[in-house]
Ligand binder design. Structure first.
Ligand code: NDP
Length: 453
């Protein structure tokens, strides 16, 4: 038994922190404490991926009803009942939080419903005033939305509040062009809210494949999102009927709500980190090595607090690798290469590896791409298009990137990701017999490059 209160003290009860705490306690018998100041489950479960995906589902039904009508069904969608959905959503999040608490308790982790900050290399102080010592401290505080510094910005909501609106607005302005802004533009539009999106750049989803970005934006506009590119908010004021917004293009509008989805920041303020020698980067992210170890050897950090790849499954991997390294004596670096991901825009986007533009910067490539109307919606007379795209290295024939814009693209990219992670070549893809008739069969039937160079 060590002289410390705990072998491990975890700060933050989100996906990464909970996983590390559970595995360390449950599989290695370590004595583990965990502090969470808000709700267990963190951003993903409480105010991110999970409620967002449920809202994506909710927002997809009117389109499905319209499609069903085209197939001969006699049905109408009626009105969306926000109170009904919101009540069920709240109950579901309570259920999930309960599961997280139970998993921690079941693994023998002692939890503290309090904020914790670091006092020295082996001590944390809780907001209750208690101090706890630990051989190792794991920082897993996650991140939070940032709001731009413009007059009236305090009138806006962030993605934290969008799940708790007392009623569904008639209209909304969503500012930003990243994952969160583009996903919520689709959600709100699908729920019947008149949705305007301002993005300051030339095209939404900067950093992703240009062809995919173009198709997603085009389809979003066609579904009804009033997307303004090259446009930002200059100023906002409260007026009787909502929030008055002056845009950089000179236009003025009044919206029921304005949501900023203009990026996120690690939760490292006022944590005592720099005082004890933990190094932070420019955005406040905890700087760590490949084993998630900070500049203080007894302190490690994982997840969005480190601003490496800000995705739940990555935080979970980092948490598992930390336990493997520190508690199982098996130094395990985290592999951040070739991570598949999905953007739940409407249409959905699944991607792994390099965009065409990034790949071309790296080496000579071949691009195999096809865009077409999928059978199900085409039969219904919809003009929706999907994109299937492979980026292939000319030198070694490896598939460097896969880009899918299609219904259930997230499901497809999970599977295509296995092949890419294994180092599959274009010829490996070609050796697989097509599944017919499905959209993804195009991934193994594209014979001639669309572009080379
Ligand atoms: P992103 O960093 O992806 O996007 C921020 C957006 O806001 C960009 O379009 C950026 O523009 C714009 N922006 C930044 N500052 C300003 C400003 N002052 N005024 C106007 N616009 C501004 O952040 P998100 O908040 O969308 O998402 C955060 C992270 O959460 C993502 O990176 C992702 O890792 C994760 N996430 C993942 C999801 C998924 O996997 N499906 C879903 C949601 C979030 P510019 O491009 O010009 O910089």
């Amino acid at each position: 038994m060590s002289d410390f209160d705990f072998d491990l003290f975890v700060i933050g009860g989100g996906s990464g922190g909970v996983r590390a705490a559970r595995v360390a306690a449950g599989e290695t018998g370590a004595k583990v404490g965990l502090a969470e100041e808000d709700r267990y489950g963190g951003t993903c479960v409480i105010r991110g991926c999970v409620p967002k995906k449920l809202m994506v589902f909710a927002s997809g039904y009117p389109e499905k009803v319209a499609e069903a009508q085209a197939y001969g069904w006699d049905m109408t969608s009626g009105d969306f009942n926000w109170d009904h959905f919101h009540g069920k959503l709240a109950a579901e999040l309570d259920r999930l939080e309960g599961i997280y608490r139970k998993l921690l308790a079941g693994s023998g982790v002692e939890t503290f419903d309090a904020r914790a900050k670091v006092v020295d290399a082996h001590t944390v102080e809780l907001s209750t005033g208690e101090r706890k010592t630990a051989k190792h401290i794991l920082l897993a505080m996650g991140g939070r939305p940032t709001m731009p510094d413009i007059p009236g910005a305090e009138l806006a909501i962030s993605s934290n509040e969008i799940f708790h609106l007392p009623k569904l607005p008639k209209n909304i302005l969503i500012v930003g062009g990243g994952y969160i802004a583009s996903e919520f533009a689709g959600v709100m539009n699908g729920l019947g809210v008149k949705t305007t999106q301002f993005y300051r750049g030339a095209q939404i989803l900067r950093g992703f494949d240009d062809e995919a970005r173009g198709l997603i934006a085009e389809e979003m506009i066609q579904k009804g999102v009033d997307l303004h590119l090259g446009t930002n908010v200059l100023e906002m004021k409260k007026v009787d009927d909502g929030i008055w917004v002056k845009a950089t293009n000179g236009s003025e509008h009044v919206f029921d709500h304005v949501m900023f989805a203009t990026g996120r920041k690690p939760n490292t303020d006022d944590m005592g980190l720099e005082e004890v020698g933990v190094k932070l980067g420019r955005k406040g992210e905890v700087l760590v090595d490949e084993y998630s170890q900070t500049a203080v050897p007894s302190i490690y950090a994982i997840g969005d607090a480190t601003d490496r790849v800000n995705l739940t499954p990555v935080a979970i991997r980092e948490g598992m690798a930390f336990v493997e390294t520190v508690f199982k004596g098996n130094p395990t670096p985290v592999d951040h290469e070739l991570i598949p991901s999905a953007v739940f825009t409407q249409p959905e986007y699944g991607t792994i590896g390099l965009s065409e533009e990034a790949a071309r910067e790296q080496e000579p490539i071949e691009v195999y791409a096809t865009s077409f109307k999928p059978m199900q919606s085409s039969f219904a007379g919809c003009s929706d298009r999907v994109l299937m795209k492979l980026i292939v290295s000319q030198a070694n024939r490896k598939v460097l990137g896969v880009h899918i814009v299609a219904p259930a693209a997230g499901e497809m990219i999970q599977l295509a990701g296995i092949a890419v992670k294994m180092g599959a070549t274009k010829e490996d893809f070609d050796r697989v017999v097509a599944v017919h008739p499905v959209m993804a069969e195009e991934l193994v039937t594209m014979r001639n490059p669309t572009r080379t160079g």
